[in-house]
Design a protein around this ligand. Structure first.
Ligand SMILES: Cc1ncc(COP(=O)(O)O)c(C=O)c1O
Length: 374
């Protein structure tokens, strides 16, 4: 079987976790791995402050809480994303404003953001979908003009860069996920990063139950906070993964190059486009199947899975789900979102996939199109 995306655990993970267990400092207080992991993550991304948390959803939730986004505020977000991006807006009681994506790389359409901004807008959450970068230059321009916060959902885009900037480092806050299927993993985990000292202080305070220690050692909590800290034992795992991150990114890029080479020139089969100043690390490789391809997208995925090649359709539009049926949809419908969602396929993308496996995936795709176009 060729899996969709499984972790690569081949460095110091076992040694560091063992060392952590032997030290007894497995939780979030004490122990050295947590600080080290956060420091090294900041060194990698170039973002000043990093806070390790229990998952990417917690990172996004904390981001909104730290920026005081709440009832009466509107948050602009794409509908083509994982449910967490939008759940967190509901967690803080703000209003979801769904906008469309572009057809080039499936990220939020900046023209649609401009239309969606109102007096109540407080934040935008662009999602760097599957590693493809949202247009952060334009998004930050709109944000500055309208005094809005930008929280980057970079959970899928660790390693993607624009000029010298890393995904997650362009907005006020960047959020990452270390779920088992992501570029690097801690089993479950996440990171919330910012260059702003004041925002960081607030994140740090909220993630740790707003814990304040008095002179006599009593612990008090002056606000409602969250228990979102990552435990030291996961940070030990994460540090070992971080040591291999450059290697992981390099391999991810080779995988994309090989997919593009093998699948070039097939009628009706497209790839996401990137700009010349972008250096993309595709977390999951993407293809789009249009009518000219001649095979139904869902049938194709079924066929691939029967051949033991695990593929997945793109995210289903959130505004079409019952949980979000009452939310505002800009322009009444999101045509590009529905088109991308209906056409897109994620291909197997594990760091450990072999070139032979990629060639096999592509030959199944080529054969299915040969059969249909003859
Ligand atoms: C776009 C997006 N946002 C948020 C998340 C949430 O991350 P986690 O699963 O670590 O909570 C994920 C991934 O799982 C994701 O793909």
């Amino acid at each position: 079987m060729v899996p969709l995306c499984i972790p690569e655990i081949s460095g110091n993970e076992v040694d560091y976790v063992k060392e952590c267990i032997e030290s007894g400092w497995v939780s979030s207080t004490g122990g050295e791995y947590l600080n080290k992991f956060e420091e090294e993550f900041s060194r990698f991304t170039g973002i000043k402050y990093s806070n390790a948390v229990i998952n990417g959803t917690a990172a996004l939730h904390l981001a909104l809480a730290a920026l005081n986004v709440g009832e009466g505020d509107e948050v602009i977000v794409p509908s083509l994303t994982f449910i967490s991006t939008v759940n967190v807006i509901k967690y803080v009681g703000a209003k979801v404003i769904f906008v469309d994506v572009n057809l080039e790389n499936y990220t939020i359409d900046t023209k649609e953001i401009e239309k969606a901004v109102s007096e109540r807008t407080k934040a935008i959450i662009p999602v760097h979908l599957y590693g493809n970068l949202a247009d952060m230059d334009k998004i930050m321009e709109i944000a500055h003009k309208n005094n809005l916060y930008v929280i980057e959902d970079a959970t899928e885009a660790l390693g993607s860069k624009k000029r010298r900037g890393m995904a997650g480092g362009f907005g006020h806050i960047g959020c990452y996920s270390f779920n088992g299927n992501k570029l690097m993993t801690t089993g479950a985990g996440g990171m919330i990063c910012t260059n702003d000292e004041k925002i960081n202080e607030r994140i740090d305070y909220l993630k740790n139950q707003t814990k304040t220690v008095l002179e006599n050692g009593s612990i008090v909590h002056n606000e409602i906070g969250f228990n979102y800290r990552m435990p030291n034992i996961l940070a030990a795992f994460g540090l070992a993964q971080l040591e291999q991150l450059d290697k992981f990114i390099l391999r991810k890029k080779e995988i994309t190059t090989l997919y593009k080479k093998e699948l070039s020139g097939i009628l009706g089969l497209g790839f996401p486009k990137s700009k010349c100043d972008e250096d993309i690390c595709q977390w999951l490789n993407c293809i789009e199947i249009s009518e000219e391809y001649g095979v139904n997208r869902d049938e194709l995925i079924k066929h691939m899975n029967n051949e033991k090649v695990i593929c997945r359709p793109f995210f289903y539009p959130l505004h079409k789900m019952e949980a979000f049926s009452g939310e505002k949809v800009m322009s009444g419908e999101l045509i590009n979102t529905e088109l991308c969602s209906a056409r897109g396929i994620n291909l197997p993308s594990s760091v450990g996939i072999t070139d032979e496996e990629i060639v096999r995936v592509c030959s199944i795709l080529k054969n299915s199109v040969k059969n249909s176009q003859h």
